[in-house]
Design a protein around this ligand. Sequence first.
Ligand code: MF3
Ligand code: CO
Ligand code: CO
Length: 264
Amino acid sequence: MLMPAFVKTPDMIATMRRAATIATGALDMIGEHVQPGVSTEHLDALCQQYIESHGGVASCIGYHGYAHATCISVNHVVCHGVPGSKVLQRGDALNIDLVVAVDGWHADTSAMFFAGPPSIASRRLAAVTQEAMYLGIREVKPGATLGDIGAVIQQHAKQNGYSVVRDFCGHGVGAKMHEEPEVRHYGQRGTGRMLVPGMTFTIEPMINAGRHEVRTLADEWTVVTRDRSLSAQWEHTVLVTETGVEVLTLRASEAEAFAKVTGA
Ligand code: MF3
Ligand code: CO
Ligand code: CO
């Protein structure tokens, strides 16, 4: 039987699991370093060091000319925030996104962190975004469609008075960081491609406290909300299994929040 090119064999998945373990280890490591007064380039250097010392490759370095191991997106930055010398302020909310490769196979994940105690508004936005991601993950099983994932994410954002970014999406991941299919975080149940076992892709909703529109800064990387409202993002690499889903990049620290939404 002819299988779509994006279906992975058990060997490929095993290698992606090794990349995922390094990626999750890096996010576990970085949490305690996220503090007021720390620069985002320092956090980036720590992540790169962790990835490389554990035998991984930081896939973002050199990707379309990008020069860092991570994207660090603070407050109203939606995604692709470029690490730099600017230091974190008390109450900043930030997404740290990294991609790790082992033997050419990639895993892509990101999470929200706070520099000191967050505002109620940014804590709530981060929590709702995390729930939206888990709700999307809960839909993943053979026979479901990509539209099922987008629909539940969009509904959860809307229900909470937020909007889903439309200009950036999740994506297949494997031998390339970005491959087919595109995984929208909005849409209609029962539409789009049907999921089959062996597919690996990311679910990475970007949710804005205000309007969904975004704009890219002159550095050609940093994406911000047009209305300068807060934005949050979480990301996992998932595998469609015979019976449902395996989250390749799930961390122990997420177990409780994950179980609350998925019951798993
Ligand atoms: N990790 C991002 C994603 O989730 C992509 C980063 S682009 C790069 O798709 F240039 F930083 F690599
Ligand atoms: Co990512
Ligand atoms: Co991604």
